[in-house]
Each structure stands twice: as structure tokens, then as C-alpha cells.
Design a binder for this molecule. Structure first.
Ligand code: MD3
Ligand code: FE
Length: 216
């Protein structure tokens, strides 16, 4: 079977398997788009999107913010989760009910029961912004899955293997798609190319991605 066949093997509405423990739920968040967008607006008010500087001194092209008990940030020591927003000194905004519910039901639909995320990292990609290949390793427990929700413009997601040099597969993610990664796929290298295609009627010329994690 070719790589492309793998991406079209699911029946409509079925989770599409893209790895041993990784699934795409096409359009899973669509029915929640209004609730999600108004929740994002509320979070942005309290904790604006900002572009982080990596420990190596490079400014990331995507802008980020967080909600939930813990938020992912950078400082001179490296990457870390903190309870407070370093820009304001205040706790990160609470995780909205609509976020927590979506993450939990999507995880369950992909076979991961009782997912209780304590962190939601929100990435905003303006045109040209991207995220290069990396692993997500700052969470305490790799046993919990990661749930990702794509909103706005489409973008090509890259997923590789457990070594940076492993072959990378590509998957175009659209507004409303949800991806769930767990088990042996949890530590795969991954990245995302700049937003592509038409601007989005609700979000304009950007893509927003929510990633739910159990970080603490
Ligand atoms: C696969 N974000 O924030 S989400 C990140 O589209 C990040 O904003 C990308 O990578 C984005 O760290 C990709 C999908 C995703 C998130 C975490 C993963 C895929 C993953 C962890 C392991 C394997
Ligand atoms: Fe990541």
C-alpha cells in the first residue's frame, strides 16, 4: 500500500489511522467552531499570542499562547511548562469547557479513554509561518496522548519517525480536523509547513492549532 492509500483508507466519519497509535478525525471540531473561536478570543484578551525566542536565540515564526493549569514557554534555560504567563505574571487563562470536552471526546473516539489535559498550547500561523521538525518531550508523562485541533487555513503536516533523519510523510490538515497521537507515535518527529490555499472565512489569512497535553 502506498503512503497516499493509507490516508484514504477510512470510511466517512471513521477515525483515519495514520500510524499504529495515531488517528485523524476529519472535521471532528466543525460543529464546535463558534464556541472554539469565541473561547480563543477570550483567552487572547488575557494572554495575547506572542512570538517566542528559542534558547538558541531564534524567534519562532508561529505566535503562541496557552490556557489551562500549565503553559509551554521558553526562557534562557530552555523549554518548560509554567503555571504563570511570563509576560503578565498571572496564571494562564482557564481551559474553557468546550476545549476540555472536545479534547476528551476526540481522544476517546481514537481509543484513548479518560484523557484529562492540563495544558493547551495554542499556535497561530500567519502566512509564511511554519514549525520545523521537532519532538514534544517537555511533558512529564508520555503515556497520555496529544490531541491537536486545526482551525482556519489549511496546512501540510509533516510526520516522521523516532529519528530526525527518518522519512517524513505529509498530510494536509483542514479547518476542523482533529489529530490524536499516542503510544508509540507520541514521540515521533513532526512539523508543519506554512498555511496554504484559500484564506478562511472566519479566521482570515491564518491558521490556529490547539494542542492538548497532559504536561504535569
Ligand atoms: C505528533 N504543533 O505545538 S500539531 C506543537 O500544527 C506542534 O501547530 C503543530 O507541533 C501545529 O508542538 C502540530 C500536531 C501534533 C502535536 C504534537 C505531536 C502532532 C504530534 C506530538 C507527537 C507526535
Ligand atoms: Fe510539536
Amino acid at each position: 500500500m502506498s503512503t497516499l492509500d493509507l490516508f484514504h483508507s477510512a470510511a466517512p466519519g471513521e477515525p483515519e489511522r495514520i500510524g499504529p497509535c495515531a488517528f485523524v478525525l476529519h472535521g471532528y471540531a466543525l460543529s464546535q467552531e463558534q464556541a472554539l473561536l469565541s473561547a480563543i478570543a477570550g483567552i487572547e484578551d488575557r494572554a495575547p499570542f506572542r512570538r517566542m525566542v528559542t534558547p538558541g536565540g531564534l524567534t519562532m515564526s508561529a505566535a503562541l499562547t496557552n490556557c489551562g493549569a500549565l503553559g509551554w514557554t521558553t526562557d534562557r534555560r530552555g523549554y518548560l511548562y509554567t503555571a504563570a504567563d511570563p509576560d503578565s505574571g498571572r496564571p494562564w487563562p482557564d481551559m474553557p469547557q468546550a476545549f476540555a470536552m472536545l479534547a476528551r471526546t476526540a481522544a476517546a473516539a481514537a481509543g484513548f479513554r479518560d484523557f484529562e489535559p492540563d495544558a493547551c498550547l495554542m499556535n497561530r500561523y500567519a502566512s509564511g509561518a511554519r514549525m520545523s521538525l521537532h519532538q514534544d518531550k517537555n511533558e512529564r508523562d508520555f503515556g497520555a496522548p496529544i490531541v491537536s485541533v486545526s482551525l482556519g487555513m489549511s496546512a501540510t503536516f509533516l510526520f516522521g519517525g523516532l529519528a530526525r533523519s527518518d522519512r517524513v510523510m505529509k498530510l494536509l490538515l483542514h479547518h476542523g480536523d482533529v489529530v490524536v497521537w499516542g503510544g508509540e507515535d507520541r514521540l515521533r518527529y513532526h512539523g508543519v509547513l506554512a498555511p496554504e490555499g484559500a484564506t478562511h472565512p472566519l479566521l482570515g489569512d491564518c491558521r490556529i492549532n490547539l494542542t492538548f497535553r497532559k504536561a504535569g
